[in-house]
Ligand binder design. Structure first.
Ligand code: 5AD
Ligand code: SF4
Length: 449
């Protein structure tokens, strides 16, 4: 008889990809995904610990699942992902109704772990055993055991090219939760992309914590392969209509990678290049290894290669010791780059990070004030940027259709609504749209016939 599986995913695209892999692994064991936790046989919470808020959400969800666990004694409740990796014991203490805690490197053992739990082995025994027996790097296991299967948004998929991070930004848990950088062999990546394209996938996003350093550290990958070469090889696979990648570190953005934006037709002109701060003093304490000027120079050169490139970024406000002048330097950088979009966060102390030990913490209200100022200005810029598209014809890849028209995405990653669309287009198909309206977060237009 089939068993039902509910997965709740928090956090980044890495986690979304891990949840997909978990779903595929467990589908082979007869688990069928369900949309509601109520009545599920297995509930897995795939967690994120990048910021304090993300972690708080995990604990409050786990607390709210306690009654379900009491109602249904057969239910197995598991925690995977970064919080599990870093705070395993704390979860066990605070949430004794959790049956299983699985770190980021161990999701491939889930079928086996669930099996043992069903047989009555205790979760503590499993944890001890798993630690001793874990040896297989995740990528290799993925290729040996799991072939990608279609998902609801079947036309676009993530492909993991590297995992972990060696940068040790002083505020960041990732090197602790995801481990050292490891690059996946190029042949395996190309094989996975070819399989996906065969299944009808049209857009590929290459995924890693720091994709720009693909092939340069702790490589499993072959000699002489770097990220631009990989990008060119993936772009050349027949059927890859759109190619994107995320995430990048500015210090690893080379001239050769910039050139890719000019030379690779199907590489989308959209680049997420987290800057974190516009102040050199803060960047130094963050251990980012570049100055604001280095970053601005790279942005300028990038725009010379591809003038229509849409840039997005991540910003942290209220890093320990951030003065008003430091914050103004961030605002200044925002005004110079004029990002098409950004993700901005209040700094929070994370376990085992260096910045958690730094003095001179910025008070909570001040962090909120700076965040609001940043976001207000970014919203204005988004709107101004979006207005630049009015009157232009852009290509969209359709994402969803309904009786109220359709929604698609441009190569620059803007969402476009076409409320009056009468043509019969399916998700994944391309259409030309003339933009007539701009909002802060999306564009509106009419399909051109
Ligand atoms: N506090 C606030 N934001 C953080 N980020 C990472 N660590 C922290 C932290 N301790 C942000 C960075 C990163 C994004 C994924 O999350 O901006 O790029
Ligand atoms: Fe964290 Fe820095 Fe690595 Fe990004 S580059 S994952 S912010 S340590």
């Amino acid at each position: 008889m089939s068993k039902s599986l509910y997965i709740k995913t928090f956090g980044c695209q890495m986690n979304e990809r891990d949840s997909e892999i978990i779903e595929q692994l467990l589908a082979q064991e007869g688990y069928v995904p369900t949309a509601e936790p109520e009545g599920a046989d297995v509930i897995l919470i795939n967690t994120c610990s990048i910021r304090e808020k993300a972690e708080q959400k995990v604990f409050s969800l786990l607390g709210s699942l306690r009654p379900e666990k009491l109602r249904n004694p057969h239910l197995l409740l598991g925690v995977t992902g970064c919080v599990a990796q870093q705070e395993g014991e704390q979860i066990r203490e605070r949430m004794p109704h959790v049956d299983l805690i699985v770190g980021t490197q161990q999701i491939y053992r889930l079928p086996e772990m669930l099996d043992r739990l069903h047989q009555g082995v205790t979760s503590k025994e499993i944890a001890t055993n798993m630690e001793a027996s874990f040896t297989i790097p995740p990528f290799q296991k993925l290729l040996a055991g799991v072939s990608p299967s279609p998902s609801p948004q079947g036309f676009k998929r993530f492909v993991t090219i590297m995992q972990g991070c060696d940068n040790f930004c002083s505020y960041c848990v990732v090197p602790g939760t995801r481990g050292r950088e490891i690059s996946r062999p190029m042949a395996d990546i190309l094989e996975e992309v070819a399989i996906l394209v065969d299944q009808g996938v049209r857009e590929i996003t290459l995924l890693g914590q720091n994709v720009n350093s693909y092939g340069t550290t702790n490589r499993v990958a072959e000699e002489q392969i770097d990220f631009p070469r990989l990008l060119r090889a993936v772009a050349a696979i027949e059927g890859v209509q759109r190619l994107r990648f995320t995430t990048s570190h500015p210090k690893d953005l080379t001239e050769e990678l910039m050139r890719c934006f000019a030379e690779i037709d199907n590489l989308c002109p959209h680049f997420h290049l987290p800057v974190q701060s516009g102040s050199n003093a803060v960047l130094r304490r963050m251990n980012r290894k570049y100055t604001a000027q280095d970053y601005l120079d790279k942005v300028e050169r990038l725009r010379r290669y591809r003038s229509d490139i849409a840039l997005a970024t991540d910003i942290i406000v209220g890093f320990p010791g951030e003065t008003e002048a430091d914050f103004q330097a961030t605002m200044d950088l925002l005004n110079r780059v004029r990002y098409h979009g950004s993700f901005s966060f209040k700094y929070s102390d994370r376990p085992h990070t260096r910045s958690a030990e730094f003095g001179d913490k910025v008070p909570e209200e001040e962090k909120s004030r700076r965040l609001a100022l940043f976001q207000e200005r970014q919203d204005q810029i988004c709107f101004e940027r979006n207005c630049e598209y009015i009157g232009e014809t852009v290509e969209i890849m359709v994402e969803a259709t309904s009786s109220a028209g359709l929604k698609g995405r441009t190569p620059s990653n803007h969402i476009v609504h076409c409320p009056e669309a009468t043509v019969n287009l399916r998700p994944g198909e391309l259409a030309l749209v003339c933009i007539s309206h701009a909002g802060k977060h999306s564009l509106k237009g009419q399909i051109e016939n």
